[in-house]
Design a protein around this ligand. Structure first.
Ligand SMILES: NC(=O)C1=CN([C@@H]2O[C@H](COP(=O)(O)OP(=O)(O)OC[C@H]3O[C@@H](n4cnc5c(N)ncnc54)[C@H](O)[C@@H]3O)[C@@H](O)[C@H]2O)C=CC1
Ligand SMILES: O=C(O)CCC(=O)C(=O)O
Length: 393
């Protein structure tokens, strides 16, 4: 009986996902030592000393900016995520955020909270107070969407159904994402173009060097007076100081965000939520199940689906003896791998090799057991980052 896989869990991960890792072959929990894999949501792994035995990381969500992806790539460790699994939850909260801003729901609720329930003139006070909260309708307004991936495209679709005009910007859009966009979405030339034209601007980009402070003092100066900025992306995508200044100048009407940083807390025109975008039972379950399944397929068979730093590679088992190799995407790796195997008298039954950027990944099924000395020889090949032997009982 092989040793069970050990999975360290850093956040509250849906039980439905954890159940996909059966207890006869997996030890899963928050106290697991010497893990083979780590499952998490938003925990910051940058400062963590990631144990050498970690072979995979599973992010039960979309953004991976809390994980040292480049360092994991250098170790040949895939970082999995769950594309689209929480997109509907975020879309619904963005719609709620737009409505909260357009209809002044936060101050209206505060007004009601302060009413005296025992007052004889309660009804009169309600009717007298409501004029302060008159708002606008969404239909007919222009929504600018920056980032047209899984979330951005769902927001576009919902906004069009609500009668809004939609303008989108995404310089990195994939062909698949472009196909899933409603035909009515107009293409913007850039962030400035979106800010100049939209009454509502919503951000759905990952936090990268290129997107840090994507919305800043310079481009906020172009915003339409009273525009609403929504940030369900990441705190670092928006320069909070610039937003506060724009709100105080009344250039921006509202800032709705999912990241209540200390600078923006308690501003009267900020609606800040506690990173709730993906916090629905459905999204938590979808993400956990998707990532746990991907992690299991990788740990047991070496197959890779939805890793942010590896190509998708999957091969049906054609033999009980499989070797999985992560290597730099440089010439002659396959030649050296097959030579090392041939020298050990191993016959390659099937092999698949794919690359993505600097990373390549190879699965090899051979006809007979692979000795430790072959695995050691493969590890010694220059450019090989990680080697795993995955025999089946
Ligand atoms: N508030 C929350 O709870 C949640 C927040 N998020 C955040 O939302 C982000 C987006 O999520 P998804 O739509 O699922 O990811 P996605 O990967 O499907 O879409 C991201 C899109 O941003 C585009 N993009 C990249 N750089 C850009 C740039 N400079 N300008 C414009 N577009 C750019 C990409 O081409 C891609 O189409 C995540 O990376 C995460 O940071 C995601 C889920 C939940
Ligand atoms: O797990 C969460 O609640 C955060 C979700 C998120 O921010 C993401 O998926 O990028």
């Amino acid at each position: 009986m092989p040793d069970p896989f050990r999975v360290l869990v850093l956040n509250q991960v849906s039980a439905s996902g954890l159940k996909r890792l059966p207890s006869d072959t997996y030890v899963v929990g928050k106290e697991v030592t010497d893990p083979d894999a780590v499952l998490l949501r938003s925990a910051d792994m940058h400062a963590m000393d990631i144990p050498p035995g970690v072979k995979a990381i599973g992010r039960c969500g979309a953004g991976t900016n809390n994980i040292p992806v480049a360092a994991m790539s250098a170790r040949g460790v895939p970082v999995f995520n769950a594309p689209g699994a929480n997109a509907n939850a975020v879309k619904e909260l963005v719609l709620a955020g737009m409505l909260m801003a357009a209809r002044n729901l936060a101050p209206a609720q505060r007004f009601v909270d302060l009413l005296d329930p025992g007052a004889a003139d309660l009804e009169k006070a309600v009717e007298a107070g409501k004029k302060d909260f008159a708002g606008t309708e969404l239909a007919g307004q222009t929504l600018g969407i920056i980032g047209l991936g899984k979330i951005g495209s769902l927001v576009a679709d919902a906004a069009i159904k609500l009668g809004m005009n939609v303008l989108g910007y995404d310089p990195e859009i994939t062909v698949d994402a472009a196909w899933s966009l409603p035909a009515q979405v107009k293409k913007a030339a850039g962030v400035n173009d979106v800010l100049k034209s939209a009454n509502f601007i919503t951000l759905h980009v990952p936090l990268l060097d290129a997107t840090r402070n994507l919305v800043n003092a310079k481009n906020l100066a172009l915003a339409k007076q009273g525009a609403v900025l929504l940030n369900f992306s990441r705190e670092g995508v928006v320069d909070d100081e610039a937003v506060l200044a724009a709100l105080d100048r009344k250039d921006l009407g509202w800032y709705v965000c999912d990241f209540p940083g200390s600078r923006i807390l308690r501003h009267a025109r900020v609606i800040a939520l506690p990173h709730l975008g993906a916090s629905t039972h459905e999204a938590e379950e979808n993400c956990a199940v998707m990532v746990a399944d991907q992690l299991r397929d990788f740990l047991e068979h070496g197959n890779i689906a939805n890793a942010v730093n590896f190509p998708n590679v999957s091969m049906e088992r054609e033999s009980r003896f499989r070797v999985a190799i992560a290597n730099a995407n440089v010439p002659n790796m396959l030649g050296q791998i097959s030579t090392a195997m041939a020298r050990a008298g191993l016959n390659i039954h099937t092999m698949v090799n794919k690359s993505r950027g600097d990373m390549a990944y190879t699965l090899v099924d051979v006809d007979s057991p692979v000795g430790e000395e072959v695995i050691a020889a493969l590890k010694r090949i220059g450019g090989v980052l990680a080697v795993r032997y995955l025999p089946q009982p």
